[in-house]
Design a protein around this ligand. Structure first.
Ligand code: TPP
Ligand code: SF4
Length: 325
């Protein structure tokens, strides 16, 4: 069943999908919508969502003891092992089903693990890789705000070069982090027996479709969601969607999916906008723009973005009808 936005808006007009109001996330933070879009899709398709959340902004701000902003089964998890925990929950479910110990064996569950980029690209990668390799039927979603925000804006494996962070600041002496963003999507796609996709809340229909595909996929799924942190990225609190859109239009955050090795670019941008437009809209790059080598760093990022985009299009052509497993 293909979902449409009107249908979801009507269904959830007076209902909270998973996360309720009253949480303490910053106004304008993109992260809650990432979770809501996913859980809304699952509920609309008849699933009961079960959620595990790795430590990070979204987890601490929604579960301040003794309160919770979640209205679905929820496990508060450590930074490094949410994928392991949710894979355990999924296994327990299958065991109970097999033993005939479930009250309603026909009830459909969707197992979600959420983590920030720190918890996913870096600290939780081993648990995530293990869970995907074992083939658990669960959906892992990273909300990528490109830094360790909960603990004060340290650099992560997802931080792009030239962006201000507290552990690798941009100033007169240093140009900040020198490495490019880690390509987590390709790392996860290399697990082969997996459905992997990138999403952005600026493209809701694409987002819903990919979650639906993940729910229907017979095995693990990994979804990477662009999730601007309005505080770290230094944009106004009404700009998360706009900046996410620009990330897609510049090719900085291409929208695509990989299903058992078959690539598909889901938003074909006719002519990519320059990455500089994405950079100049955010205060976190302001110190970079003051440096004499700013052009050099931006050009390097531009070259990377352009070649990755061309490579994606080539992979789409080359892998057509050639699933790896
Ligand atoms: C093993 C471990 N190391 C460090 C911490 C401290 N810590 C808690 S949240 C966090 C950063 C989380 O960053 P990310 O996963 O990107 O989520 P965000 O806060 O950006 O949403 C850190 C370093 C911890 N809880 N556990
Ligand atoms: S610091 Fe950033 S990621 Fe954390 S709640 Fe605020 S806007 Fe969201």
């Amino acid at each position: 069943m293909a979902l449409n936005i009107m249908q979801l808006a009507t269904m959830f007009a007076d209902k909270h999908p998973g996360i309720t109001s009253g949480h303490r996330l910053c106004p304008g933070c993109a992260a809650p919508n990432v979770a809501k879009f996913a859980l809304m899709t699952a509920e609309a398709l008849g699933y009961t969502p079960v959620v595990g959340f790795s430590t990070g902004c979204m987890e601490v701000s929604t579960t301040i003891y003794p309160y919770t902003a979640w209205n679905v089964p929820y496990i508060h998890n450590a930074f490094e092992n949410v994928a392991a925990t949710v894979s355990g929950v999924e296994t327990a479910y299958r065991a109970l089903l097999k033993k005939g110990r479930l009250v309603d064996p026909n009830k459909k569950y969707a197992f979600f693990a959420f983590g920030g980029d720190g918890g996913t690209y870096d600290i939780g990668l081993q648990a995530l890789s293990g869970a995907v390799e074992r083939g658990h039927k669960f959906i892992y979603i990273v909300y990528d705000n490109e830094g360790y925000m909960n603990t004060g804006n340290q650099r992560s494996g997802a931080t792009p070069p030239g962006s201000q962070t507290t552990t690798q600041p941009v100033g007169k002496k240093l140009s900040g982090k020198i490495q490019l963003k880690k390509n987590i999507v390709e790392i996860m796609a290399a697990h082969e027996n997996v459905y992997v996709a990138t999403v952005s809340t600026s493209e809701p229909m694409d987002f819903f479709k990919k979650i639906e595909k993940a729910l229907n996929f017979d095995g693990p799924s990994f979804i990477a969601a662009m999730s601007p942190c309005v505080r770290f990225w230094r944009v106004n609190d009404d700009k998360a969607v706009e900046i996410s859109k620009l990330a897609v239009e510049t090719g900085y955050w291409p929208l695509y999916e990989v299903e058992r090795g078959v690539y598909r670019v889901t938003k074909k941008v006719k002519e990519l906008k320059p990455v500089r437009e994405f950079i100049e809209k955010q205060g976190r790059f302001r110190p970079l723009l003051k440096r004499p080598d700013a052009d050099e760093i931006i050009n390097e990022l531009q070259e990377y973005v352009t070649s990755r985009w061309e490579r994606l299009l080539a992979l789409e052509e080359a892998t057509k009808d050639k699933p790896i497993r």
